[in-house]
Design a binder for this molecule. Structure first.
Ligand code: ADP
Length: 903
């Protein structure tokens, strides 16, 4: 960024090199205005004598400075223990982050080169940021990308024609062979490239002139070879384009305006039997070509086997290529590819972050490396997407581009020291809101007017939420416009027509991928991305609600004034309840201004401020620390004598209110603090007892649940399960193949969702809340569900193992800092059991459907279930695993016993 000085370590890195030669100094310096390596050289040479003197003086000072001088702490921490790239550390320092010494799970920023588990993402606090999205694998593994693209291409062939024709082996082997035979019959000759599904850096890649010779190997993909690539000085090249996704809910995509052009090192000629083995001609990977003696290091922008996209654009311009057209096509390709990923990203993200308010800051972001080949007609072809692109800086050009990319990424994330504090207050406000909600009166107790009032309040709340979302979106856009640096936002698009087109495609993709659940999502998509809500309209609607509320008519006609707990504003406000969990000490150290949580008008700024260490009464030592987040109270075992809270909420609330009133007569700072403490602790005990009781009831209900086999009684279903267990040796390999191979991730999720939706219903009924996403217990369950889906279903499969404890679902709790109580743990155990039963029943159902369909049709082949590449085969998927509607219709009821019927 202009005006930002290089950090000390960046300077020191530059100075080290300067000792050697001036040229090598400039190798690591970057960004005069925005990285121009030639002007970098110039500016280094033009260093004034004044600057030199200053540098010398600084050096002297550094020598004299006492060794112990502590680095100034800025408070925003970065955990870089998971990355090996120095340039990330340098840029974090440049952006004034404190680099954690070890793997601090509470850092503001966590950067990891490798895959991040769903659990880790679930455990993040809302102010944290991590550089991966769950679910991104759906476009970053070559076979997943191909499979998802093929699925969408069936419906939008013209829009998704930027992926070379692909086959996933071994499933599509016969299709590939048929294609090859067709070509032969037509006397057409094409070249094919075979790549390992999970490969990288050119490993294991082979070219074939005759597809009939390709072996049906496992875990490979085959693509048509793009044999007429655009050439640069006679060499084949591909582009490494950097794309930043800052959020998936809603989706926001940026493209970096520079990148790498990676050239092969032997001049290109059309593929022939003689040159197929020459990887220096056909592959453009740096990792391959650096081994060629002709590889040229990029010391200047115009020579070298690696060049910048800026250089490439100049080259195109000079040679009269339509550069605008090319980049429009590339942007379009990037957006559409991420639209294909979006349902997976959104689903996985919402699973990991249940209860996160829509439009809230994303805890995930991702820098993706798109590998793109350009053909002679200037069409871009997507070869693959890297979720951990290399940030190695072997050459000056790497450092120039990657350091700018990372710096701009960090700046766009907009991480602020106050985020942590704001998160704390938001959680506190949410906890109070929840507390209020759990003591809500039942419908039977309410008069018509009460209900009317409640519905107006609900509407007002919804409108306020919309308003907050709209304002947040405007503020975010504002920030992005000012801080995008060299990024350009490509989704949502500024171009209204284009945006509408993308929204329609997105909506259609959701329809293809999610089938049954799509309509609700499609409605949401239109609302979120088409800007249907304007701030002024929302304000008007809220004002209308308020007028309705104040309207005397509501309480006229002798109606009683509504009874029951007063609204949130009359609840005892915690004056000084301590911060959540281990943030206690850290927060005392922070000096920045407190920020009130958005949408928590009752939290008066002064009152909400946690007291300084000195003013904190002795009773608030860390060991007496309590969180007033109702949802986190099950962390500890409840106090002795858990009593039923069924009949207590009302009396507790009135006791609370009268206690508040009597305490409110006390004056002085001390009494205010004491009052708040007593109120807080009293409330916490009440909620704690109540939550424990409800957890117990939930466990009871879960224990009574049974998986229903369509058309069979509970006893018959039990018998089926027993039979499967008795003949386990026979069924084990079949069930493993069904679950782990035949079902794809969406179908596996649907099986788990059968249990999930019923568990939700039980929670809604027992906890008497419609929005269970915010419930701590549900969040714990979500972690279990995620675990069962982990590693392509391996999580659930491990739960069938009788011997191995390793990899079992329980480790998610043993490895995490969160404690769960016994009843919560037993609930999770029961859920795992239900999921296992559910898989067995679905498997048995599919097997029965298969045998009956075999009677009906000779052509049905269950073994092809889950194969997405063939229309014939996908139809058998429906029979083996019912389509979404069929499945949800048939399985949507886990049969709880009569007394616990789910709502
Ligand atoms: P890897 O992950 O191993 O690098 P890629 O899919 O990126 O695998 O392919 C490596 C290289 O092979 C690419 O950089 C490109 O030069 C070449 N390549 C890959 N697929 C094709 C294709 N369909 N047509 C032409 N060249 C290709």
């Amino acid at each position: 960024m202009p005006g930002v000085k290089p950090s000390s370590s960046l300077t020191s890195l530059m100075m080290d090199k300067q000792d050697v030669t001036l040229t090598s100094l400039t190798q690591y310096a970057r960004r005069p205005g925005a990285t121009q390596s030639s002007s970098m050289l110039q500016s280094a040479r033009q260093q004034t004598s004044d600057e030199k003197r200053n540098t010398e003086m600084e050096d002297k000072k550094a020598v004299q400075a006492p060794k112990k001088k502590r680095k100034k702490k800025h408070g925003i921490t970065a955990n870089l223990s998971g990355t090996r790239y120095e340039v990330i550390r340098l840029m974090c320092e440049k952006c004034k982050f404190d680099i954690c010494k070890d793997d601090d799970p509470n850092s503001y920023l966590i950067w990891s080169d490798s895959f991040v588990s769903a659990d880790r993402i679930t455990e993040l606090k809302p102010f944290q940021r991590i550089n991966h999205f769950p679910g991104m694998v759906e476009v970053t593994r070559k076979d997943c990308l191909a499979r998802n693209m093929i699925k969408i291409q069936r419906h939008h062939a013209d829009e998704f024609n930027f992926i070379p024709k692909s086959w996933i082996l071994p499933a599509d082997f016969s299709m590939l062979q048929n294609y090859a035979k067709d070509l032969k019959a037509k006397k057409k000759y094409k070249t094919f490239i075979v790549k390992p599904s999970n490969g990288a850096q050119g490993h294991g890649i082979q070219l074939y002139r005759n597809a009939e010779k390709i072996p049906p190997s496992e875990h490979f993909i085959v693509q048509e070879y793009i044999d007429k690539p655009l050439l640069l000085e006679g060499y084949k090249f591909d582009l490494r384009i950097y794309v930043l996704v800052t959020s998936c809910d809603p989706l926001r995509i940026f493209i970096f305006n520079d990148g790498l052009v990676r050239m092969s090192t032997d001049k290109y000629t059309n593929p022939s039997d003689g040159n197929l083995g020459n990887l220096f001609m056909h592959l453009t990977n740096y990792s391959v070509n650096k081994h060629n003696e002709f590889y040229q290091k990029g010391d200047s922008v115009e020579t070298g086997s690696k060049r910048s996209i800026r250089y490439f654009n100049d080259y195109l311009r000079k040679n009269d290529y339509d550069i605008v057209l090319l980049w429009r096509r590339i942007y379009d390709m990037v957006v559409k590819t991420l639209l294909v990923a979006h349902p997976h990203l959104l689903h996985a993200y919402r699973m990991c972050r249940p209860g996160a308010p829509a439009g809230s800051d994303s805890v995930c972001f991702e820098v993706l490396g798109f590998d793109v080949l350009i053909d002679r007609k200037l069409n871009p072809w997507l070869l693959e997407i890297n979720r951990s692109p290399s940030f190695g800086t072997d050459e000056k050009i790497d450092f120039d581009i990657k350091s700018a990319l990372i710096e701009d990424t960090i700046r766009l994330l907009n991480i602020k020291i106050s985020d942590k504090r704001r998160n704390y207050f938001a959680q506190k406000a949410e906890a109070q809101k929840r507390l209020f909600r759990t003591t809500k009166r039942s419908d039977a107790d309410m008069t018509e007017l009460d209900k009317k009032k409640q519905s107006i309040e609900k509407r007002k709340e919804e409108l306020k939420e919309h308003l907050a979302r709209v304002r947040k979106a405007t503020a975010r856009e504002d920030f992005e416009n000012r801080n995008a640096g060299r990024f350009r936002r490509i989704f949502p698009s500024e171009d209204k027509m284009k945006q509408q087109k993308y929204v329609n495609i997105m909506s259609s993709i959701f329809g293809i991928v999610m089938s049954g659940r799509a309509p609700a999502m499609q409605k949401e998509i239109q609302k979120v991305y088409n800007n249907q809500w304007r701030e002024e309209d929302l304000l008007d609607m809220i004002a209308e609600c308020e007028t309705d509320e104040k309207d005397g008519k509501l309480y006229s006609g002798g109606s009683k004034i509504p009874r029951g707990p007063k609204p949130l504003s009359s609840m005892p406000v915690s004056v000084q309840s301590p911060p959540m969990e281990d943030e206690f000490e850290e927060m005392e150290e922070e000096e920045a201004e407190y920020a009130s949580p958005p949408g928590s008008p009752n939290l008066n700024r002064r009152e909400s401020r946690p007291p300084s260490n000195k003013s904190r009464p002795g009773s608030l030592r860390p060991d007496s620390r309590v969180s007033n987040d109702a949802s986190s109270l099950c962390n500890s075992r409840p106090n002795s004598g858990v009593s039923s809270m069924r009949s207590r909420p009302q009396s507790n609330m009135s006791a609370l209110n009268s206690r508040s009133k009597s305490l409110s007569r006390l004056t002085g700072k001390q009494s205010v603090l004491q009052r708040s403490l007593i109120d807080d602790n009293f409330l916490i005990t009440v909620v704690k007892e109540r939550e424990d009781e409800l957890t117990k009831k939930t466990l009871q209900a879960l224990n009574e649940m049974r998986i229903k086999f369509p058309g069979k009684t509970d006893q018959e279903a039990e018998l089926i399960l027993d039979t499967l267990h008795e003949n386990w040796k026979f069924h084990k390999p079949r069930i493993a193949s069904y679950w782990l191979v035949k079902l794809d991730s969406i179908k596996r999720r649907k099986v788990i969702d059968i249990v999930r939706s019923n568990v939700r219903a039980v929670l809604q009924r027992i906890w008497r809340i419609s929005d269970v996403d915010n419930l701590r217990l549900y969040r714990i369950f979500t972690r279990v569900f995620n675990r069962l889906l982990w590693s392509h279903g391996q999580g659930l499969w491990n739960c069938f193992s009788t011997t191995s404890q390793n990899g079992s679902w329980e480790t998610i709790f043993s490895k995490s800092s969160e404690n769960i109580c016994e009843n919560e743990f037993n609930c999770c155990r029961r859920i795992v059991q239900l999921c296992r039963d559910c898989l067995l029943i679905v498997y048995q159902f599919a097997a029965e459907a298969k045998s009956s369909s075999q009677h009906n049709s000779e052509n049905t082949d269950l073994s092809s279930t889950g194969t997405l590449s063939s229309r014939d085969k996908s139809s058998s998927t429906v029979m083996a695993l019912p389509s979404t509607q069929t499945m949800s219709q048939r399985y949507s009821k886990l049969y709880p016993r009569a007394d616990t019927t789910a709502t």
